[in-house]
Structure formats: C-alpha cells, structure tokens
Design a protein around this ligand. Structure first.
Ligand code: F6P
Length: 373
C-alpha cells in the first residue's frame, strides 16, 4: 500500500509555504509513490474534512507564489469557534485523520502550530512539523522559512524611509513584526542602518532613546530612524505590566470566551498603538517631528526570496524522505545545510528569542546604534 500523507498550513501566512508544499509533494509522489492530501485552512479544514488534491498539476508553478494554496487559519483543535462557541474539536480531527487513512500528518507552522500538532501527537496521530514564521522565533531550528524574505522587505523599507527622514529632518519610527522576539526589527535595523533598535528582549527607556536622537542632532545629523519590533516594551511598561498581570489573569479566568477573544484582539492591535505612543513621547522630549510607518502584512506577502525557496525545498523534500523512512513525532529543523529531526516535545512551549549577547546586537552597538537601554 502506498503511504497516505496529509498536509496542512497553519498560523500566519509566510513566504515559502507553497515552495515547501511543492517540495514535499513532488518528492513524495515522484520518488516514494506516496498519496498526498491537502487540508484547507489549517486545523479547521482537517476538522471539517475539507481537502484539496495536491497532484502534479496543483503543485506546478507555485514555487515562487506567496501565501499558501491550501489557505491557513489560526484555529486550534482544542479550542475552535464552531456555531459561535469555542469547542474542543480534537475528536473530530482524529476521526478525519483515520477516515482519510493517513499514515502521517505534516503540520507546517510557527510556535502555535508546533503546540497544536503536539497535542494531536499525544492523541496517537503520527505527526511531522516544519518550522515556518517570519518572526524566526521557533525553537531549535537555525531559521524558519519566511524570515529571510521578510527581513529583505523590512530592510528595503528602512532604506526607502531614510530619504524622507533625511530630507524632512524627522524621526521615522518603522514598526516590524515580532510580538515576542525581535529578530526582524534587529536584522532589518542592522542591515538598514537604523539609529535606534527596540526589541522585546531589551526593554527601553524613552529618555535614553530621546538622548540618542538628540546626540545625533548635536552631531549634525538632523534625522533618525528607529526600528521598532511590535512587541518592544519600555521599562515603564514592564513595571506596570508586572503589577497588573496577576490581577488580569485572575479576572480573565472568570470571563466568557468571547470577551477573552476580544481582549486578545485589542492587545494585538495595541502594538501599533505602542509605536505611535512612542513617537508622541519622542516628539515631546526632542522637539523633533516624527512619523510612524507600520510595515504590517507587507512583510509577509509576495514572492519568497531565493534563500527561502531553497530552505523550503530542502525541508520539504527531506520531510518526504523522513516519512518514507517511517520517522514521525518530530519537527524537521534547519541545522546548517542539514534538515535534522528534533523530537516535537523538545520544541513545544519554547521560544527562540534574541540572546542578549547575539553578534547582531554586539555589532549594532559597535556602530553606535542605541537599544534604548
Ligand atoms: O505569525 C507571526 C506574526 O507575523 C506576528 O509577528 C504578528 O504579531 C502576527 O503574525 C500577526 O498576524 P495576524 O494579524 O495574522 O494575527
């Protein structure tokens, strides 16, 4: 019997998803004679048994396409909105896995997807995951596909913003994605020569950021570029958050699910608010005009870079070979030029944040970049 392989893409879309689907599919079908079934819109499609044929025709011409031909969602098997209520749909997912006679399910996604896939593994399903996220925060892999493309986009944005900042003598704050890890803001900040880089790993003092900008001004540079990760946080906010966190947790436990969902949407959108707020604070402290550019979904869209196409093809084809060998219960990590299996339980619940002694931070400090600390 040929092996039946299910595949889904979950979480935020990311450049390289189609390249990885093509890599898995072509290798699985052409080399190992496996059958491939795609599930639409992440775990929701698996729950609703909405499938897509990933035959040769479907996989052709998609290497360079952004997004995912399967569609995606942030639905979690154990907490899915069905008929206006959050329900545990794990059993329906397990049933559909068996109904489709799957030998293995490949889940492609970021940190949340690794967790959800692990839960399914604990229910007895054979799972392999692949690390995808523009945030680059999946643990135990050198890099996740999507990051390199997003890094180039954010860098180009900083390059372009320089002209306006310079011509108008303004502070330009550019917000990059990364709510828990600052890889994108840091990488684009270093590559684009940002004067200040603010990341979640290094809480900043607004006064110190203002001081760095004023210092540049005194040196004759009447503009500054501030690269801000959406999750960057001020020292003040850290202190306030610590105070209120415990109170909030107790309150949230008592709230109905719908209200909690609204709260999380509000706190997500507050990221843009943080950067706007910071811009106002800097204007007040420096008396320089400031503007904010939020890169948002521009960072996740469009064609993947050559690097991401190669990475996705490497991981996708290695995934098919692993399935052929009967390996499962792992995430395929990028380690140097290799694709190495890492037990899924070692990946879940971990976050790859930027180490404070990372060479990118060190180099940035050497060229005079301020981290506001
Ligand atoms: O997938 C990661 C990410 O890019 C984060 O940096 C960002 O906070 C989040 O997605 C926003 O995505 P969405 O609006 O799709 O929830």
């Amino acid at each position: 019997m040929n092996k039946q392989v299910g595949v889904l893409t979950a979480g935020g879309d990311s450049p390289g998803l189609n390249a990885v689907l093509r890599g898995i599919g072509k290798a699985a079908q052409e080399n190992f004679r496996m059958e491939l079934i795609g599930f639409r819109d992440g775990f929701r499609g698996l729950m609703e048994n909405r499938t897509m044929d990933l035959d040769e025709q479907a996989l052709s011409g998609i290497l360079t396409l952004g997004g995912t031909i399967l569609g995606t969602s942030r639905d979690k098997p154990h907490r899915m909105l069905v008929g206006g209520k959050f329900m545990d749909m794990t059993d329906a997912i397990v049933d559909n896995y068996h109904r489709n006679h799957l030998d293995v399910l490949v889940c492609i996604g970021g940190g949340g997807t690794q967790k959800n896939a692990y839960r399914l593994m604990q229910k007895g399903l054979n799972i392999i995951t692949l690390p995808k996220t523009i945030d680059n925060d999946v643990a135990l892999t050198d890099v996740s596909f999507g990051f390199n493309t997003a890094l180039s986009i954010a860098t180009e944005a900083i390059d372009r913003l320089h002209s306006t900042a310079h011509s108008h003598h303004r502070i330009v704050l550019v917000e990059a994605m990364g709510h828990r890890a600052g890889w994108l803001a840091l990488g684009a900040g270093v590559a684009g020569g940002a004067d200040v880089i603010l990341i979640p790993e290094i809480p900043y003092s607004v006064e110190k950021v203002a001081k760095a900008i004023l210092g540049r001004n005194r040196g004759g540079k009447h503009f500054s570029i501030v690269a801000v990760a959406e999750g960057a946080i001020s020292l003040e906010a850290v202190a306030a958050k610590e105070k209120t966190d415990n109170k909030k947790k107790a309150k949230a436990a008592k709230k109905p699910d719908k209200r909690r969902r609204l709260d999380s949407m509000l706190s997500d959108s507050a990221h843009g608010g943080n950067t706007l707020n910071l811009a106002h604070q800097l204007e007040a402290l420096t008396r320089l005009e400031s503007r904010v550019t939020i890169l948002g979904y521009l960072q996740r869209g469009g064609t993947p870079s050559a690097y991401d196409r190669i990475l996705a093809t490497r991981l996708g084809t290695a995934c098919a070979a692993m399935i052929h060998e009967g390996v499962h219960g792992v995430m395929l990590a990028a380690r140097g030029e290799k694709a190495e299996p890492v037990p899924l339980e070692q990946v879940v619940g971990k976050l790859k944040t930027v180490p404070l002694d990372h060479p990118w931070i060190e180099s940035a400090r050497y060229v005079g970049t301020s981290f506001g600390d």
